[in-house]
Design a protein around this ligand. Sequence first.
Ligand SMILES: [Fe+2]
Ligand SMILES: [Fe+2]
Length: 305
Amino acid sequence: MAALTLQYPVHTLDGKELLPEGASLTDGVLEEVSSRGKEATSPSFPAMEFGTVRRDLVALTRKGIYRTIFGSDAEYRGLLRLLEITRLPLPVLDSLSFYKRNESYTYRHILVVFALSSHLARKMLDGFEEIVQESAAGPLHDFGKICVPLDILSKRTHLRRSERAILEHHTLAGYVLLSYYLGDSGTQAAVIARDHHERRDGSGYPRGIPLASRFVEIVAACDIYDALISPRPYRKKSFDSRTALEVITEMAEEGRIGWEVVQALVSHHRKGRPPPAECTVSLEKRGTPPEGNLYGIILDDDPRA
Ligand SMILES: [Fe+2]
Ligand SMILES: [Fe+2]
């Protein structure tokens, strides 16, 4: 497969350029970035003890539909014990403080996807090591957004094609940044950052390849669900949970996402929490998407696009 090429530079939160625009992400380049990261050795720290992360995450996940999804107190305590294991490099955690101050949508989204993907991982994955790795990858999936200007992240109107391309750069930027900060381009977290917008039918980005990893798909499904039901700058109202599940079910019908992860999401909405494999998913569409949702609509008036 041809090496990916960066359309924009990748820089760290403190403005240091890791790779320039036009760099090819060959194995050699990624190895060099990883070994530079190893030399820099960023200390790690428990994510839940950083700043107000624990308080904010609990506040977000114990209200509204998430109160139902995250279940009983006993189930929730088990989830918190898993989240408490995750340690992340300090510069990565600093990005959370940055978002908390500057882009609250992204801040809350990262915390919720951290909790939700860990919650699903406990249902869908078998080995403890796999579950821990998946849990640690969730809060890193959008790390590359530190390379996207805030005015694009928080834009309330249509994106231009060129702005959309910069937004999509967060996948490869996250891959390069995590190769650097984790000192390894092969970690689950780096792969998930790169591939969480890929789809099974090859309709996603950045590569447009058929997604075949359940580890990536768990985060992708949580990412889509949370993006639909959360407040976002580009629409007045969010999707309700029923309509969000219908959107994701339709994606499975179209072959864009796997049924297994849809069943896992749906089972968390059901009383008694049926095992995902036994959870029947309704194909009926009764929900109403919110009016004026600008997501995915591109204002194609940029002559350079
Ligand atoms: Fe993303
Ligand atoms: Fe995301």
